[in-house]
Design a protein around this ligand. Structure first.
Ligand SMILES: [Zn+2]
Ligand SMILES: [Zn+2]
Length: 176
């Protein structure tokens, strides 16, 4: 058995749409290699940094990530199926696909900057956590706008009455 500690630069395109490991950022790996019947069992942890953006408010997020992995790398001459096991190439094996899968599985599908992030105002786009109590006048759906015009037409005769009445009052005041 062999234990290894190493730091390697992160490969490109490691992550999901909203969150990932910046290319070249250090990945700290602590690994245990065990000789088994069919090959070498590699297990350990890898820690690295994450950057991304909040799925609700798009604010930048910085975080760290630690993943665990375990993979059996079989000897080239082993008759284990090539699809179900990775193979040793001489004394080398490729940890990257295993690390990549572990990272992608560990990432939140919808990363958030804080658990109670309220997201953005649907009307003006301000970040709601920065503006508690943010609200707009009740807006009118454009599909109802013509109905609103109709309502104004219906209402206008009474508004006219009001004008006539106030005009009448004005006249009576003049007479006094
Ligand atoms: Zn947010
Ligand atoms: Zn708003």
């Amino acid at each position: 058995m062999l234990t290894l500690e190493l730091s390697v630069p992160a490969p490109a395109d490691l992550g999901i749409e909203l969150m990932g490991v910046p290319e070249g950022s250090p990945v700290a790996i602590e690994m245990r290699l065990e000789a088994v019947m069919e090959g070498v069992l590699a297990s350990g942890t890898a820690s690295t940094s994450l950057v991304g953006e909040c799925a609700r408010c798009l604010n930048p997020i910085e975080d760290t990530l630690e993943v665990t992995f375990q993979e059996l790398y079989v000897y080239p001459e082993s008759d284990a199926g090539a699809d179900e096991a990775d193979r040793l190439e001489g004394e080398l094996f490729d940890l990257e696909p295993v690390f990549r899968d572990a990272v992608v599985l560990a990432l939140p599908f919808q990363p958030v900057c804080e658990p109670d992030c309220q997201g953005l105002c649907l009307e003006c786009g301000v970040r709601l956590n920065d503006h508690p109590g943010h609200a707009h006048e009740e807006s009118v759906d454009p599909r109802w706008a013509s109905l609103l015009a109709l309502e104004t037409d219906i209402a206008s005769p009474s508004a006219g009455d009001e004008q006539i009445r106030s005009a009448g009052r004005g006249a009576s005041t003049d007479e006094e």
